[in-house]
Design a protein around this ligand. Structure first.
Ligand code: KG4
Ligand code: ZN
Length: 384
């Protein structure tokens, strides 16, 4: 089965085509026929975060060129499409223009279904991807599979190069991104139980806001991580220590809170002159505080639920210190719990993860009528 996938939930536009066969534990294999991404971070840097109107505009500019390059890579370019998409793309006039132009040199490709992220995320940007998918499905007479973005993060972290990594359930997923900080328990494939989440800011959001407080560009995660790494080894000898709280670390539940940590950083930033050295020390202590809380809660959840496997997913799972701290804690725990991490390039948003989820949902016949698919910024992972 060949799946075309579209992702536009935040500031990455992604298009991917995979060919997959088999099911979980039954000979699942997949091949990436094409995978393309357009990051808008350069556009949003000056706003210190995602500026929705700009993001909508960029998705409209990016999606057709991405689709073109993915089809090219997959050897599926050529032909002509006769279709009227003016009604479906009534609001996305730029996208409509690009698509109508594209249809002059592109016929129906050999694919079986179109998967699209319909939430969670920024509703205005989600709509661009959803309507693009609807226009393609209409023009090429293909079924649509609506996908929860978070399921994509989980599946791509569980995947290896061309199959799924073998592991035992229960699976505990720590999902950490710009919009989410969640612990999700799965007792079987594609079943999700939310056991804890942030009560205010997501951890990625905290990285981005703290970076902004220190005058660093968006996205803040990689910037803070880079600064922290510069002093991680030598910090013990430094005299300029910074101390930040570990919010909710002993709360006894599996919830998180990062808003107070950000406020604590603001106070530290305002307390004295922000030299390069002080920036590095703040970055280090902030990264340590985030890692300490995430690791402590995850370890407690492993114990409570008898998790045999732990998975990290979402943009913040690209963070080296968080990865290594979790790996060390799991090793020290000593019960042989398996840890699944995505390759850094697939930790942040991409369409390959949506294609994987799309394949397994399509295999289960979970198609939806175009009229019933709506962008939903607060979409939750379904229990089953
Ligand atoms: O999953 P993602 O690409 O988009 C969402 O679904 O939110 O995650 C983006 C988030 C941003 O907040 C970014 O700062 C953070 O992931 N991030 C990192 C790192 N790389 C990206 N945070 C910490 N360390 C990193 N290396
Ligand atoms: Zn994401």
């Amino acid at each position: 089965m060949r799946i075309l996938a579209i992702e536009s939930s935040a500031d990455e536009s992604g298009v991917s085509i995979i060919e997959a066969h088999g099911d979980f534990d039954a000979g699942f294999t997949y091949t990436v026929l094409g995978n393309a991404l357009a990051s808008q971070t350069a556009t949003h840097t000056k706003y210190g975060g995602i500026f929705p109107n700009m993001a909508v505009r960029e998705h409209q500019q990016n999606l057709v060129p991405l689709l073109t390059s993915v089809l090219e890579k997959a050897g599926m370019r050529g032909g002509v499409t006769e279709a009227d998409v003016s009604g479906i793309l009534a609001r996305e006039t730029d996208l409509r223009g690009h698509l109508e132009e594209f249809f002059k040199t592109q016929g129906k490709p050999v694919i079986d279904a179109i998967a699209v992220t319909h939430g969670p995320g920024l509703e205005p940007t989600l709509w661009v991807g959803v309507n693009f998918a609807k226009a393609l499905a209409h023009a090429w007479d293909l079924p649509l599979v609506p996908i929860n973005h978070m399921e994509g993060h989980i599946l791509v972290s569980a995947a290896s190069e061309n199959t799924m990594t073998s592991f035992e359930f229960p699976l505990l997923s720590l999902l950490i991104s710009g919009g989410h900080t969640e612990l999700v328990l799965s007792r079987e494939w594609m079943h999700y139980e939310l056991i804890g989440q942030t009560r205010d800011d997501a951890v990625g959001e905290a990285f981005d806001k703290v970076a902004r407080l220190m005058g660093l560009p968006y996205p803040g995660g990689p910037e803070i991580s880079r600064l922290a790494a510069e002093v991680r080894e030598s910090a013990r000898l430094s005299l300029s220590h910074v101390v930040l709280p570990r919010p909710m670390i002993d709360s006894g539940d599996f919830d998180f809170s990062f808003a107070g940590l950000k406020t604590a950083v603001r106070k530290v930033v305002e307390a004295e002159e922000l030299t390069d050295e002080r920036r590095r020390m703040i970055a280090l202590e902030f990264e340590n505080a985030c890692a300490d809380v995430l690791v402590a809660k995850t370890m407690r959840a492993i114990e409570e639920y008898g998790a045999q496997t732990v998975l990290v997913g979402g943009g913040v799972s690209a963070n080296t210190h968080i990865r290594t701290s979790l790996a060390q804690a799991i090793k020290d725990y000593g019960l042989g719990t398996k840890l699944l991490v995505p390759p850094p390039s697939l930790a942040t948003d991409n369409a390959l993860m949506i294609a994987l989820a799309g394949y397994f949902r399509a295999r289960r016949g979970e198609y939806a009528a175009a009229d019933s698919i709506r962008a939903n910024g607060n979409l939750k992972l379904a229990k089953e």
